[in-house]
Design a protein around this ligand. Sequence first.
Ligand SMILES: N[C@@H](CCC(=O)N[C@@H](CS)C(=O)NCC(=O)O)C(=O)O
Length: 233
Amino acid sequence: MTPTLYERLCADDRRPSPYCWRARLALAHKGLAPEVRAIKFTEAERVAFSGQGKVPVLVDGDRVVSDSWNIACHLEEAYPEAPTLFGGAGGRELARFLNHWVDSRLQFALSPILAPSMLEIAHPDDRAYSKETREAKYGMPLTELRAERPRHMEALQPVLEPLRLRLAESPYLCGTAPAYGDYLVFAEFQWARCADPQDMLGAADGAIRDWRGRMLELFGGLARRVPAFDSAA
Ligand SMILES: N[C@@H](CCC(=O)N[C@@H](CS)C(=O)NCC(=O)O)C(=O)O
């Protein structure tokens, strides 16, 4: 039975949510092509059956799984014959650590850069909600946050350093082939690529750029073929 994935919908059919990209890529890694149902921020009631209001939500047979990490763990357990996402118990623990690093460092650094762009690509029905919640989060109008972009781009630089070092020595974060650790990190760049016309990477980031290009080609160009800005190709 085909699984169903609920994910975020923005204007012009954009799908920027990094959490949802983690799930999309994890499903593809397991050879699964879900039916995707995209919902607006103001349609949280459509996933209320999962006991919460956020996406991604996966419905796989009689299982309803919310939270991208829970989805990855479910897929690893439910599809043991398909390629592994974590490479064993130790790999899973390390991926969980990376999940926390991405959420608390990489995403934390990207969020103030991307928040004003997210308002620009918000679905028309979600604009008021997006403006109100994001301005409350940052404590300032998003126009003022945009003016601080150079400072936030500078703050992003040390956060990218572990990626520069790792990708200078290996084609993928997880080694010779991509796995969940790659999807965790790549999903953040895919978020940026879907939301913002300016590339987040600079002159020092050749190795990250090359890896991002390889990630865009995976699974028949799954991530490349969605509406996005070409500057981050
Ligand atoms: N820890 C969750 C976070 C999920 C999450 O925050 N999803 C966003 C995707 S856009 C969401 O639904 N936000 C709802 C909101 O901000 O109102 C995960 O890893 O899946």
